[in-house]
Design a protein around this ligand. Structure first.
Ligand code: ADP
Ligand code: MG
Length: 254
């Protein structure tokens, strides 16, 4: 029985037949995917499948060999990283990268300059409301934060620029489950307030609980695209992640 469900009609990010190579080695072989206005979309796939490469190509951080990237109908295929950020796409890179020798607040202010020069109090206050743990530590050096707090700071740095699409690349990387729960809950709240989210995550079960729609990436190609509950119920996920090996339950189910 087919469901009558449909994704939101308005396209935000449209990736079409994207190819990305490092030197001669192509690792993204013609990916097409969308994030619609107001959606929380997750990309799943094994390590090395090409997920980060796809995100970097969208953000203009690696060159595209072929294909198109449109955002709000505008062709950004050849835009600079700076213009892509200005258009409203902000990516939080893998590995909670923040400036260790700056205070929490200065790290956040850097995020405001990315899109709207002249960081202001209201923006900081919004981030401190979203993340009270950052408010407490606003004058501390980022190096003194725990890994989880640094990741939250990295997300805050992305959010403060007021993006239309926030891209999160494996925010759970090396962190305690409680931290990723917190980050995914905040991402869901932000999505409910109108910000679209594109998440790459290895904690499949957690990610599918928050996202509405998901893509499965297998060696540089889209192997499946479906609503989250359909992906959870299907056996394709297991095939892609487990590949016939003994189930790694921790990996799949947090
Ligand atoms: N800077 C790079 N130079 C060369 N090869 C790379 C580079 N970054 C990633 N790769 C290769 O591209 C493939 C896809 O990597 P990546 O996009 O990081 O995958 P994922 O994020 O899904 O784990 C892998 O085979 C990886 O080794
Ligand atoms: Mg990656």
């Amino acid at each position: 029985m087919s469901t009558a469900r449909e994704r939101p009609p308005q396209a935000l990010l449209e990736v079409r037949d994207l190819h990305v190579a490092y030197g001669k080695a192509e690792v993204v072989h013609g990916i097409s995917m969308d994030v619609r206005a107001g959606e929380f979309v997750v990309m799943l796939g094994r390590n090395g499948a090409g997920k980060s490469t796809l995100l970097h190509a969208v953000s203009g951080l690696v060159p595209k060999r072929a294909g198109k990237v449109r955002f709000e109908g505008r062709d950004l295929s050849h835009a600079s990283p700076r213009d892509i950020v200005k258009a409203g796409i902000v990516q939080v890179l893998e590995g909670h990268r923040v400036f260790h020798t700056l205070s929490v607040e200065d790290n956040l202010l850097i995020g405001t300059y990315a899109r709207h020069p002249g960081g202001d109090r209201a923006k900081l206050d919004r981030i401190y409301t979203l993340f009270p743990e950052l408010a407490e530590k606003r004058h501390q050096m980022a190096s003194r934060l725990s890994g989880g707090q640094q990741q939250i700071l990295a997300v805050g740095q992305g959010v403060i620029g007021d993006p239309k699409l926030l891209i999160l690349d494996e925010p759970s990387g090396g962190l305690a489950p409680i931290v990723i729960d917190r980050i995914l809950a905040v991402a869901s709240d932000l999505c409910a307030s109108g910000l679209a989210i594109l998440l790459v995550e290895q904690l499949v079960e957690k990610a599918l609980r928050h996202a509405q729609y998901g893509y499965l990436v297998e060696t540089g190609r889209i192997a499946a695209a479906a609503f989250s509950d359909e992906l959870r119920e299907g056996d394709l996920l297991h095939r892609v992640f487990l590949g016939g090996a003994a189930p790694s339950r921790r990996w799949l189910y947090d």
